[in-house]
Design a binder for this molecule. Structure first.
Ligand SMILES: [Fe+2]
Ligand SMILES: [Fe+2]
Length: 301
């Protein structure tokens, strides 16, 4: 199989590259370090023994009635959360006093669904291509961020906060006129500048709420920054970007690349992660390994 489809627990017979690049063989893949080394090696394919390791205990891959029920439940959670989130975000955008706690129940629902069934992410990827682009994107980024937090073993409070930070990360876009946001054809230099300033715009508004947590503010302002300083709006360097901001960046790019847009075909999850992994020093590779676990299988069916 292509090396990007590797998952922990699979039994690796051999990695198809010169021995000096990755010489371990016949083992159950268990460590991030091995996964990263295989990704970094120059071979593209790995021979996996499906009679051993993860596959041996998985049995048939046909979706069971239980899986179907989980998917149904994930779908309902998304519908409910989208509605609640949309009204809270719109109220915030028009400057209505908004209790920050109103975001907690939807984040909590999302995190619970995510923990029980990562299918919620697949479901979001399917649904968001229809309407409600920015809202579904925000929810998807929130689900992905909390998934990465869960995978890193972060505590429940932090995981929930990551979900909220994801929901609010593009808040600044709601403050930009739709005529610019939905403009057909190329943007002028000024319009482009306005769009690129959405993290700052969102931050400036959110910071006026006294109870807004620092993580939410940092993610809103920093989600387009890159580790090598080539991001925007401030061009910060790696040392200035904490783990929460780094998580938001990869989840945001992942969701953008795997979404269908009028001018491009959606990438699979594997393609999105491979691309980020190939961008020298821009994205946190350790976190990409986690995101790969969370999103395994997206866009492949
Ligand atoms: Fe953004
Ligand atoms: Fe975004």
């Amino acid at each position: 199989m292509p090396k990007r489809q590797l998952r922990k627990g699979m039994y690796v017979e051999t990695v198809e590259c010169p021995q000096t690049m990755f010489d371990k063989r016949r083992f159950v893949l268990q460590h991030d370090a091995d996964l990263e080394a295989i990704w970094a090696a120059n071979g593209e394919y790995v021979v996996v023994n499906t009679a051993k390791g993860l596959f041996a205990s998985e049995g048939s891959s046909a979706p069971s009635a239980k899986d179907e029920r989980k998917r149904q439940k994930a779908s309902e959670t998304i519908a409910k959360s989208t509605k609640a989130m949309k009204s809270s975000l719109m109220a915030l955008a028009v400057g209505e006093a908004q209790d920050f706690d109103s975001f907690r129940p939807m984040a909590k629902d999302m995190v619970e669904s995510m923990a029980e069934s990562p299918a919620i992410v697949t479901e979001l990827t399917r649904l968001k291509t229809k309407d409600e682009g920015t809202f579904m994107h925000s929810l998807a980024v929130g689900a992905l961020m909390s998934g990465v937090g869960l995978s890193l073993g972060m505590d429940a409070e932090t995981v929930e906060m990551l979900g909220i930070a994801g929901i609010l990360h593009d808040f600044g876009k709601l403050l930009i006129p739709n005529t610019i946001l939905n403009k057909q054809g190329p943007l002028t230099a000024v319009e482009r500048q306005i769009v690129r300033n959405h993290p700052e715009l969102g931050y400036q508004r959110l910071v006026t709420y006294p109870e807004m947590p620092a993580m939410v503010l940092d993610v809103c302002r920093g989600h387009h920054e890159l580790l090598d300083g080539s991001g925007y709006p401030r061009g910060l360097m790696a040392s200035e970007l904490d783990i929460y901001v780094r998580i938001s960046t990869i989840c945001d790019v992942f969701d953008a690349l795997t979404s269908t847009r009028p001018y491009k075909k959606a990438w699979t999850g594997d393609e999105a992660i491979s691309w980020m992994f190939s961008q020298e020093n821009r994205f946190d590779r350790k976190l990409l390994v986690r995101l790969n676990e969370v999103t395994n299988g997206i866009g492949r069916d």
